[in-house]
Design a protein around this ligand. Sequence first.
Ligand SMILES: *Cc1c(COP(=O)(O)O)cnc(C)c1O
Length: 374
Amino acid sequence: MSTGRLTVPFNDLYSQYRSIQSDIDRAISDVIRESAYIKGRFVSEFEKEFAEALGARFCVGCANGTDSLEMALKALGVGEGDEILVPANTWISTSEAVSAVGAKPVFVDIEPDYYTINTALIEEKITSKTKAIIPVHLYGHPADMGAVQRIAKNQGLKVIEDCAQSHLAEFKGQKTGTIGEIGSFSFFPGKNLGCYGDGGAIVTSSAEYAEFMAKLGNHGRLGKFDHEFEGRNSRLDGLQAAILSAKLPHLAEWTRKRQGIAKLYSELLQDSAVKVPKIKDEVTHVFHLYVVEVKGRDRVRELLSAEGIETGVHYPRALPFVKAYERLGHKPSDFPVAYAAMDKILSLPIYPEMSAEAVEYVSAKIKEASEAAL
Ligand SMILES: *Cc1c(COP(=O)(O)O)cnc(C)c1O
């Protein structure tokens, strides 16, 4: 094993660009040549390709992943007075979108080993106001969609899958995003499929929802001036769509590389003080993030940083405990699992272009650091 000092970034978007530079450059110049900046063929081509890649009937691009959640909620008729169940540990967009349509996010604790919504705790949170569940396939590990769908059917609830971290992940062989009523995606640059700015999309098998969301994001119209209602401006732009089309053919290979890196980490870290992520039998994990648990996490982070290794924490505070949700008056014992995870979770560098040497280096250093921090 190498002993020299390496610098390992958390992600490396430039090396990904370099690996497909001519395709990306051509995609960008094509859009410029055609001045197809807003809507147009690059957007509709990408929407078609992305729907096909997932096995979805419809895909509608929009400005970002947060908007896609909000537009999905609107498509399902969620509004003032409704309650929507969301996991306690997720990026704030999930709950923010709920509040943005006037509804109330109701947090549910997460599963200890998988960090996704604990479906055994969903039913006790359901009231007469509950309209929908938003499971988040956090870190790229699908939530238990079998249980989510069963509960939703029994209780008459809708399901929006937050797939911002789970492009191409599968639950029992079915792609995430195609299981609930609507799947919501982000193409933020650092996501598994990312553009060069903000971008998002929704997928659905319902023509009605797809048409509504396409209108909503384009001022309530499909044609030029036929505004049927007041919508908003939330569109995927041509440049981003063309970049996404250039990247999409590589996504399966990039996903395999992420899975390979995760496997190598887990082999190198077995029998250490570092707890490695678990994968449920019925899912395909796409490792947007490789999240371990360590004692003395903040100290470990510092030690790794001193060794040139950049790490992250997703997320330092579970949502019920951030200032934005103080008004809900939650205490740690309301979400014991999410609360306990806050001090232990650590996201290690992972990106398709990461070398085995870098994985070995990070593994060796985190082993040392986790023992030193005990
Ligand atoms: C990134 C992310 C979003 C939002 O995506 P944006 O494109 O940044 O708006 C939503 N949910 C989760 C879980 C995310 O990680």
